[in-house]
Structure formats: structure tokens, C-alpha cells
Design a protein around this ligand. Structure first.
Ligand SMILES: Nc1ncnc2c1ncn2[C@@H]1O[C@H](COP(=O)(O)OP(=O)(O)OP(=O)(O)O)[C@@H](O)[C@H]1O
Ligand SMILES: [Mg+2]
Length: 349
């Protein structure tokens, strides 16, 4: 099954001033409760407290006595380590950060100036582990793209639009995408940082540095080693995709967003709606005849194998502690996702 982990972010500076009520609680490390706050309860009676269960619930809201605080290392231990193991063992794997705008996806995946996020930690540890394998031939390649307004751009290239096509086995690929051979984590980090500089972000009313595009970093690892048990040469090839989505957002006419931000927002929402539709169909255990509309958005088309095929996939659902409606919608989305089962294989020759 797709493994789903929830992370509750702390209050942002501009939120602290208003001292809002925290609407979420983590009562065990696997369950999260969302409550309508006092004000909301009076205003709208139909809102109820709801409990959701996930593989893990990570608390980054505050440091309190009875709930362990989840820092960036905790995310790595809970999600990254397993993905690293999968990649080294020849499985395709994928981590997707999902959640409303400003909920902490980019912070979780990339990190901040002070602290590395999941992606830099995974890259570092990957090379550490690969360097320990003295008896095998190893090749690592990276590519980094963004999907902006339903177009693919190479974050490590010259910024031109790229086309998505399908090969004879109906696997989507990006034509003319740059893939770089990397031999250590410094080189990988350099490329990652170059890509991040090229990524489209902008200030919105909800997030100072809002990602206006979905980004996908793909690390492909090929290993060749001699297996003494069978006397043969074994080749393993796996890819690890690290996905930082753009956040969903609601429009309020009075927000005064300019045309570009609005158009970006509606396209972001469109691909997230498609992602939601695809995940819902997949969670209902489709049969051979079910049509899954992967091709309705570039995002789902490129992630087809990761959400409905040969990949060990995790989702990190990021939530705000003070937004009942958006958090409820993210938790429901995450619950649907957790029902999806993939068929995984070791990619071995
Ligand atoms: N766990 C956390 N600890 C400390 N700060 C956090 C945490 N999560 C998020 N933040 C802060 O919250 C703000 C918004 O986070 P971030 O940019 O990661 O949101 P996002 O989900 O990527 O939003 P968007 O969809 O708009 O890109 C940032 O200033 C970030 O530093
Ligand atoms: Mg972001």
C-alpha cells in the first residue's frame, strides 16, 4: 500500500500574532484528531471532531511533554530511510509531499537555510551507502523538472519547454531531458540547488515563497555486482522520485491576486483535481477494464507508475494546525491514497 505520513507544521510568524486556536491533536503516533475550534463550533454546528489513522503522524506544531516533536531528522527516519533501502534493493520508489499552500511541503522536502530537508538528506545518505559497496559497479543519474501551468521545464537545462511522450511500452518519458551523471553528494547538491534557483516561486497572500509549480527530482541508480551464489552478474536499476507539489488554494475575489497568480492557481488546482480523481479510482481497486485518466494531467501521466504501478510510494500529507476545512480535505485525500495498493518488482537483470 502507499504509505501515508501526516505532518503538522508550527504556526507561522504572521499567525502567532493572532494567537489562533490549534485544531489538531495527535493522540497516538498513528492517529490524528481534527476539532472544530470554539468559534467555528458556534458558527457552524455541522462541523464535528474527526479522527484519522495513518502509518505515522508527525507533530511539528510545538514541543510539549507527551508528544514527541518531529524535526527534519524524524521525517528522514520515518520516510527517507525506507525509500533509500528500497532504491538500493532495486525497487522504484517515490515520495510525494501533498497539502494546501503554506502547509510545509517545500520545507519538508527541501528544508530551509538552517536545516536540510528530506531530499538533501536522502542524497547524502545514498552516496554514503553506495560508497560502502566496494564490489559493485555503480552509476547514479539525476534529472530535475518542474511542471508549471501544465508544461514541463528542465530545471537543470536552459529553461525550454519539453514534450512528454510515450514509448512503445506506453511508459511516459520526457523528450530531450538532461540527465546528469553524478558521483558524489556534493555534485548532486550543486545540481539540486541550481534547479531550485530556476524553480518558479512567488509571494502569495498565504505563503511568502509559494511554489507555483510541481517539482520532480529523479535519481536513477544502476548497480552491477557479481552474485557468488548463482555465479552470475546481477544488474539492478531503480529510480527514486522526490515530488514537491504546488499547494492547493482557494480563491477569494478580495485577495487582490494579479492575473498571473490566479491563472497559475487555477492550473495548479486543475492538476491536483486530476491527481485526486486518479487516486480515488485507484483506491477503489480498479480492474483491467477501468479507465484511469492518467493522461488528463502531466503530473499524473509522469507519476503513473508511482501511483498505480511498480513503485514503493509514500505520501507526506502536510497540514496547517489552524485551518479546519483545508486540513480536513488533506486528511481525506490522504486516507484515499492510503488505500491504494501497488504491484512492486525488483528491477533486476
Ligand atoms: N515543520 C516546520 N518547521 C518550521 N517551519 C516550517 C515547518 N513547516 C513549514 N514551515 C514554514 O512555513 C512556511 C510555509 O512552508 P512551505 O513553503 O514549505 O509551504 P508549501 O506547502 O511548500 O507551500 P506552497 O504550496 O505555497 O509551495 C515556510 O516559511 C516554512 O519555513
Ligand atoms: Mg512549496
Amino acid at each position: 500500500s502507499i504509505k501515508v505520513v501526516v505532518r503538522v507544521r508550527p504556526l507561522l510568524e504572521r499567525e502567532i500574532e493572532k494567537s489562533p486556536e490549534c485544531l489538531v491533536d495527535i493522540d497516538t503516533d498513528k492517529s490524528i484528531v481534527l476539532r472544530p475550534g470554539g468559534d467555528l463550533l458556534k458558527a457552524r454546528k455541522y462541523r464535528e471532531a474527526q479522527r484519522f489513522m495513518f502509518s505515522k503522524c508527525l507533530w511539528s506544531y510545538d514541543r510539549r511533554a507527551n508528544v514527541p516533536y518531529a524535526d527534519q531528522n524524524t521525517v528522514f527516519t520515518e520516510v527517507g530511510l525506507e525509500m533509500l533501502e528500497n532504491t538500493l534493493n532495486g525497487y522504484n520508489s517515490c515520495v510525494i509531499a501533498y497539502g494546501q499552500t503554506g502547509s510545509g511541503k517545500t520545507y519538508t522536502m527541501m528544508g530551509s537555510d538552517e536545516e536540510d530537508g528530506l531530499i538533501p538528506m536522502v542524497c547524502r545518505q545514498l552516496f554514503k551507502r553506495l560508497n560502502q559497496q566496494v564490489d559493485s559497479k555503480i552509476q547514479v543519474k539525476v534529472s530535475f523538472i518542474e511542471i508549471y501551468q501544465e508544461n514541463v521545464f528542465d530545471l537543470l537545462g536552459r529553461g525550454n519547454k519539453l514534450r512528454v511522450r510515450e514509448n512503445s511500452e506506453r511508459v511516459a518519458f520526457i523528450e530531450n531531458l538532461n540527465e546528469y551523471n553524478v558521483s558524489d553528494s556534493q555534485e548532486t547538491m550543486r545540481l539540486l540547488n541550481k534547479g531550485l534557483e530556476n524553480r518558479t516561486t512567488a509571494e502569495t497572500h498565504l505563503n511568502k515563497q509559494s511554489s507555483r509549480s510541481h517539482s520532480i527530482l529523479t535519481v536513477t541508480v544502476s548497480q552491477e555486482k557479481f552474485d557468488p551464489a548463482t555465479g552470475s552478474l546481477v544488474k539492478l536499476k531503480s529510480n527514486l522520485k522526490l515530488v514537491d507539489l504546488a499547494g492547493s488554494e482557494k480563491f477569494v475575489a478580495s485577495d487582490g491576486l494579479d492575473k498571473i497568480r490566479q491563472q497559475e492557481g487555477s492550473r495548479i488546482n486543475k492538476s491536483l483535481v486530476t491527481l485526486g480523481r486518479v487516486l480515488t479510482i485507484l483506491s477503489e481497486k480498479p480492474n483491467q477494464k477501468t479507465v484511469v485518466p492518467y493522461r488528463d494531467s502531466i503530473l499524473t501521466w509522469l507519476l503513473k507508475d508511482n501511483i498505480g504501478g511498480n513503485s514503493k510510494t509514500s505520501m507526506i500529507a502536510c497540514v496547517s494546525p489552524i485551518d479546519y476545512d483545508e486540513t480536513l480535505s488533506t486528511l481525506r485525500f490522504a486516507t484515499t491514497t492510503s488505500k491504494i495498493e501497488n504491484q512492486v518488482l525488483i528491477n533486476k537483470e
